[in-house]
Design a protein around this ligand. Structure first.
Ligand code: URA
Length: 202
């Protein structure tokens, strides 16, 4: 094995403790807290979203808001016990613009995604999932380095920067935002199909 710097986290607990102190980019200034991943240390499947939303920022847990509710519904329909997957995000602080009392989600940029990739890389190295489901373009970029649009990619296995298989799919928040009910139903079915495909690979 490669010798590692003494301060490089060796376990998920050490990595989480270090991530809670992260100041690698400016997003830590306004966010409430780092939202680290959660799940079993030996999860065969990793599911990566974009970044914590308003609810996740306050709770300190991934996928506990509306998008998380949809994701957990689709997981339940696929027969996936949430305890069998490692749930995390490409970016671990909430990025937002204040609007009165509300905090409006803003997409992380490529630089923020690159800074936060240090943590995602640690999660991948320590959990070592058999397959990773990338929800949305930010997760797909973080995992593969490819920023091309999701429409031509979803549902097909790609090779991640870490060397493992990555399956890009729609982000559940995107499904929830689609104004046309038929389009939304189709995208939801595609997300469910991609999750089922990832489970077969796990
Ligand atoms: N959206 C994400 O990408 N991740 C979360 O944890 C919640 C919403």
């Amino acid at each position: 094995a490669m010798p590692q710097a003494p301060d490089c986290p060796q376990t998920l607990d050490e990595a989480r403790a270090a991530a809670l102190q992260c100041r690698r980019c400016g997003l830590c200034e306004a966010a409430t807290q780092t939202v680290w991943g959660e799940g079993p240390a030996d999860a065969p499947l990793m599911i990566v979203g974009e970044q914590p939303g308003d609810h996740e920022d306050l709770a300190g847990r991934p996928f506990v808001g509306p998008a998380g509710r949809l994701l957990r519904q689709v997981m339940a329909e696929a027969g996936l016990d949430p305890g069998r997957a490692w749930l995390t995000n490409a970016v671990k602080h909430f990025k937002f613009a204040p609007r009165g009392k509300r905090r409006l989600h803003r997409n992380p940029d490529a630089t923020e995604i690159r800074h936060c990739r240090w943590w995602l890389g640690l999660e991948l190295a320590l959990v070592r999932p058999r397959v990773t489901l990338a929800l949305g373009a930010s997760a797909a970029l973080a995992l593969t380095g490819d920023d091309s649009p999701l429409a031509g990619r979803r549902g097909r296995v790609e090779t991640g920067l870490h060397g493992g298989p990555v399956l890009p799919s729609w982000h559940p928040a995107y499904v929830l935002r689609l104004p046309d009910p038929d389009q939304a139903a189709q995208a939801r079915a595609q997300l469910a199909a991609d999750l089922a495909a990832a489970l077969r690979l796990a």
